[in-house]
Design a protein around this ligand. Structure first.
Ligand code: NAD
Length: 418
């Protein structure tokens, strides 16, 4: 992350930008710019050698006006109180733009999980789940995976919660494996919403997706699935990168074979159908129709943005553009589909997982994909409608106008207590 960008301040300025176009009182906007509460806790965990170690952990419940708090738990050395607050706020507006009945939350532990054994991570996770127990619940706050956490951690949290509450309540957490109550289609959901949104943008801009060229930065879960699905839609994936470098073939390559190569060797670099090895920056600035940044935040700064030539960007990653890069791209007339819509497939299918858990009934993968398609297309239509009605320059502002308005509405309808 770029050191001088405070993510919480970025979030607040995005809300201010949207508020400038809305007839919502300053007092309500003020409410929407701050978390309702933040738990800061110190977890004491016994390591395998018998020593104790303290870990700082957070859970931010940003806003519950539209439903229970929802958002992941991240294990990373850079976790901070402000980062968790910002991420929890972005979840509020992500859930609002796709119109699912959730508020936003986020959690994190300051740790590099690579330095700890599986049993140490299990004790740490169960300790955090014990601290979270009074705050979370199927109608209260529903955590999920985030950076460096996955099905394993979700299963531990579910088991700890259910043991302490003496109940079975799989919907208290999402991102579980199928055997523990997870959903079909969850693994593909983020890449899928990224390309559905891109397809809608091409349609809106009267551009042909058939034969359009695509570059994908970051070939992990979100990126490689997006590459596979956009290829199935008729576009041509010509470049991809991961943390070791990038590959390029102007005639396109098979995204599945490139993923298989990465699985075997640890990187896309060296994939046999690549005619040229390129850098990560080359991939971001390549002359393509569609760019999908799917790695980490702040991948494109102001300087790099001036070299970006793609007509459309669909943000699979969270916050891949710095605020300055966003301004540059806006001036260059690049159509940027913001992360809160483009990658909302993940939380949307998490919502479907929660619905299935509450129904005690599993949906087919086809049904999950069909319902996801409907919600992402509806969200894109709402964005475009607002973009045009308010004559906005930036689709991101349009997304926030829709989302902030929906959250403000929910608050104003309910009124204040006490
Ligand atoms: P992942 O760990 O599976 O993949 C990340 C990929 O990025 C890896 O291939 C890694 O090598 C690559 N990478 C890292 N640094 C890079 C660099 N400097 N240049 C090029 N590539 C680099 O993670 P993921 O789950 O695919 O998540 C990617 C992004 O999508 C993150 O920003 C995440 O917050 C966001 N996201 C993911 C989901 C989800 O459901 N997986 C949901 C919403 C948002």
């Amino acid at each position: 992350m770029v050191a001088d960008i405070n993510p919480f301040e970025s979030l607040q300025s995005q809300i201010d930008d949207a508020a400038a176009h809305l007839d919502v009182g300053d007092d309500v906007i003020e409410r929407l710019k701050h978390p309702e509460r933040v738990l800061e806790t110190n977890l004491t965990v016994e390591l395998d050698d018998g020593e104790l170690e303290r870990f700082k952990a957070f859970r931010s419940q940003f806003n519950g006006d539209r439903g229970p708090y929802k958002g992941g738990i991240r294990y990373h050395p850079n976790v901070s109180r402000d980062e968790v607050k910002a991420l929890s706020g972005w979840m509020v507006y992500k859930c609002a733009i796709v119109d699912i009945p959730y508020g936003g939350g986020k959690g994190g532990i300051i740790i590099d999980p690579d330095d700890y054994s599986e049993s140490e991570l299990e004790r740490l996770t169960r300790s955090f789940a014990t601290e979270l127990r009074p705050l979370i619940g199927v109608d209260r706050d529903i955590p999920a995976p985030d950076v460096n956490t996955g099905q394993r951690e979700m299963n531990w949290i579910k088991d700890t919660y259910e043991t302490l509450e003496n109940t079975t309540e799989p919907g208290v957490i999402t991102g579980k494996n199928i055997a523990s109550g997870g959903s079909e289609g969850r693994v593909e959901a983020t890449g899928r919403s990224t390309v559905i949104a891109a397809r809608e943008a091409f349609d809106y801009l009267d551009k042909d997706l058939e034969g359009a060229t695509v570059a994908v930065q970051g070939y992990g879960n979100a990126g490689w699935i997006a590459a596979k699905l956009i290829d199935e839609m008729g576009a041509t994936v010509v470049a991809a990168s991961d943390s070791s470098g990038g590959i390029y073939n102007p005639d396109g390559f098979d995204p599945v074979a490139a993923r298989d190569h990465k699985n075997e060797t640890g990187s896309v670099v060296g994939y046999e159908d690549s005619v040229e090895e390129v850098t990560n920056e080359d991939v971001l600035t390549m002359d393509v129709d569609l760019l999908i940044p799917a790695a980490l935040e702040n991948a494109i700064d102001r300087d790099l943005a001036t070299d970006v030539t793609a007509d459309v960007i669909s943000e699979a990653a969270n916050g891949p553009l710095t605020p300055e890069a966003d301004e540059v791209l806006q001036k260059q007339d690049t159509f940027v589909i913001p992360d809160i819509l483009a990658n909302a497939g993940g939380v949307t299918v998490s919502y479907f997982e929660w619905v299935q858990n509450r129904q005690r009934f599993s949906w087919s993968e086809q049904r999950v994909n069909d319902e996801l398609e409907t919600l992402i297309v509806d969200a894109f239509d709402a964005l475009v409608d607002t973009y045009e009605t308010y004559d906005l320059d930036n689709p991101r502002t349009a997304a926030y106008v829709v989302a902030v308005d929906r959250v403000a509405d929910a608050y104003e309808e309910a009124g204040s207590f006490p």
